[in-house]
Design a protein. Structure first.
Length: 137
Protein backbone atom coordinates (compact mmCIF):
# COMPACT_ATOMS: atom_id res chain seq x y z
CA UNK A 1 0.00 0.00 0.00
CA UNK A 2 2.79 2.44 0.82
CA UNK A 3 4.40 1.76 -2.57
CA UNK A 4 1.08 2.74 -4.15
CA UNK A 5 1.25 6.06 -2.30
CA UNK A 6 4.71 6.84 -3.61
CA UNK A 7 3.62 5.89 -7.14
CA UNK A 8 0.64 8.21 -6.62
CA UNK A 9 3.04 11.07 -5.85
CA UNK A 10 4.79 10.38 -9.16
CA UNK A 11 1.39 10.30 -10.90
CA UNK A 12 0.58 13.71 -9.44
CA UNK A 13 3.92 15.04 -10.72
CA UNK A 14 3.14 13.74 -14.20
CA UNK A 15 -0.30 15.37 -14.08
CA UNK A 16 1.31 18.71 -13.21
CA UNK A 17 3.81 18.35 -16.06
CA UNK A 18 1.04 17.56 -18.53
CA UNK A 19 -0.88 20.65 -17.39
CA UNK A 20 2.23 22.84 -17.54
CA UNK A 21 3.09 21.72 -21.07
CA UNK A 22 -0.41 22.61 -22.25
CA UNK A 23 0.61 26.28 -21.97
CA UNK A 24 2.65 27.30 -25.06
CA UNK A 25 4.25 30.23 -23.22
CA UNK A 26 5.47 27.92 -20.46
CA UNK A 27 6.95 25.48 -23.00
CA UNK A 28 8.70 28.35 -24.79
CA UNK A 29 10.09 29.65 -21.49
CA UNK A 30 11.42 26.21 -20.50
CA UNK A 31 13.02 25.68 -23.89
CA UNK A 32 14.66 29.09 -23.52
CA UNK A 33 16.14 27.99 -20.19
CA UNK A 34 17.64 24.92 -21.88
CA UNK A 35 15.16 22.29 -20.68
CA UNK A 36 14.11 19.53 -23.02
CA UNK A 37 10.35 19.81 -23.29
CA UNK A 38 8.75 16.43 -23.91
CA UNK A 39 5.66 15.74 -25.93
CA UNK A 40 2.41 15.63 -24.00
CA UNK A 41 1.39 12.37 -25.71
CA UNK A 42 4.46 10.64 -24.27
CA UNK A 43 3.71 12.05 -20.83
CA UNK A 44 0.09 10.89 -21.05
CA UNK A 45 1.23 7.40 -22.03
CA UNK A 46 3.63 7.28 -19.08
CA UNK A 47 0.82 8.50 -16.84
CA UNK A 48 -1.50 5.72 -18.00
CA UNK A 49 1.19 3.08 -17.51
CA UNK A 50 1.90 4.36 -14.00
CA UNK A 51 -1.80 4.59 -13.11
CA UNK A 52 -2.22 0.93 -14.11
CA UNK A 53 0.26 -0.08 -11.38
CA UNK A 54 -1.71 1.66 -8.61
CA UNK A 55 -4.85 0.25 -7.00
CA UNK A 56 -7.95 1.50 -8.87
CA UNK A 57 -9.64 2.62 -5.62
CA UNK A 58 -6.68 4.87 -4.75
CA UNK A 59 -6.50 6.32 -8.28
CA UNK A 60 -10.25 7.01 -8.11
CA UNK A 61 -9.90 8.82 -4.80
CA UNK A 62 -6.95 10.80 -6.20
CA UNK A 63 -8.93 11.78 -9.32
CA UNK A 64 -11.87 13.02 -7.23
CA UNK A 65 -9.56 15.06 -5.01
CA UNK A 66 -7.82 16.60 -8.03
CA UNK A 67 -11.16 18.19 -8.87
CA UNK A 68 -10.99 20.17 -5.60
CA UNK A 69 -7.25 20.61 -5.01
CA UNK A 70 -4.36 21.04 -7.43
CA UNK A 71 -2.26 18.98 -4.99
CA UNK A 72 -4.31 15.98 -3.93
CA UNK A 73 -1.36 14.17 -2.31
CA UNK A 74 0.63 16.10 0.29
CA UNK A 75 3.30 15.42 2.88
CA UNK A 76 2.59 14.99 6.55
CA UNK A 77 5.46 16.55 8.46
CA UNK A 78 5.64 16.80 12.26
CA UNK A 79 1.97 15.86 12.37
CA UNK A 80 0.98 18.80 10.15
CA UNK A 81 -0.77 18.40 6.80
CA UNK A 82 1.24 20.43 4.30
CA UNK A 83 -1.87 20.98 2.22
CA UNK A 84 -3.94 22.94 4.75
CA UNK A 85 -1.33 23.36 7.54
CA UNK A 86 -3.61 21.92 10.22
CA UNK A 87 -2.20 19.60 12.88
CA UNK A 88 -3.55 16.07 12.47
CA UNK A 89 -4.52 13.88 15.43
CA UNK A 90 -1.88 11.37 16.50
CA UNK A 91 -4.15 8.50 15.41
CA UNK A 92 -4.10 9.83 11.84
CA UNK A 93 -0.32 10.28 11.95
CA UNK A 94 0.15 6.68 13.12
CA UNK A 95 -2.12 5.32 10.38
CA UNK A 96 -0.29 7.26 7.66
CA UNK A 97 2.80 5.14 8.28
CA UNK A 98 0.81 1.98 7.45
CA UNK A 99 -2.05 2.78 5.04
CA UNK A 100 -3.31 5.54 2.79
CA UNK A 101 -5.08 8.05 5.01
CA UNK A 102 -6.57 11.47 4.50
CA UNK A 103 -6.42 14.74 6.37
CA UNK A 104 -9.53 15.25 8.48
CA UNK A 105 -9.51 18.96 7.67
CA UNK A 106 -8.97 19.20 3.90
CA UNK A 107 -9.42 15.58 2.76
CA UNK A 108 -6.09 15.35 0.91
CA UNK A 109 -4.18 12.06 0.82
CA UNK A 110 -1.31 12.20 3.31
CA UNK A 111 2.15 10.72 2.73
CA UNK A 112 4.97 10.36 5.26
CA UNK A 113 8.36 10.56 3.48
CA UNK A 114 10.25 7.26 3.31
CA UNK A 115 12.80 6.68 6.02
CA UNK A 116 11.25 9.31 8.23
CA UNK A 117 9.58 8.54 11.45
CA UNK A 118 8.40 11.30 13.68
CA UNK A 119 10.74 14.23 13.27
CA UNK A 120 12.23 15.78 16.38
CA UNK A 121 10.57 18.95 17.49
CA UNK A 122 12.33 22.28 17.43
CA UNK A 123 12.72 22.05 21.20
CA UNK A 124 14.38 18.61 21.17
CA UNK A 125 17.68 18.49 22.97
CA UNK A 126 20.75 18.17 20.74
CA UNK A 127 22.98 15.15 21.37
CA UNK A 128 25.56 15.81 24.05
CA UNK A 129 29.24 16.11 23.27
CA UNK A 130 29.84 12.69 24.87
CA UNK A 131 27.11 11.06 22.75
CA UNK A 132 28.62 12.51 19.58
CA UNK A 133 32.07 11.29 20.61
CA UNK A 134 30.81 7.76 21.27
CA UNK A 135 28.96 7.68 17.95
CA UNK A 136 32.01 8.65 15.85
CA UNK A 137 34.19 5.81 14.50
Amino acid sequence: MLDDLFRLVRLQDLDHLIEAYADPERRKLERGMGFKVGKRAVLRQQREELAATISPALVGRYTRLRGRHSRAVVLLRDGICLGCFVRCPSSVVALCRVIANTCESCGRILVVPRGRGPTPSAHAEAPSFAARLLASP
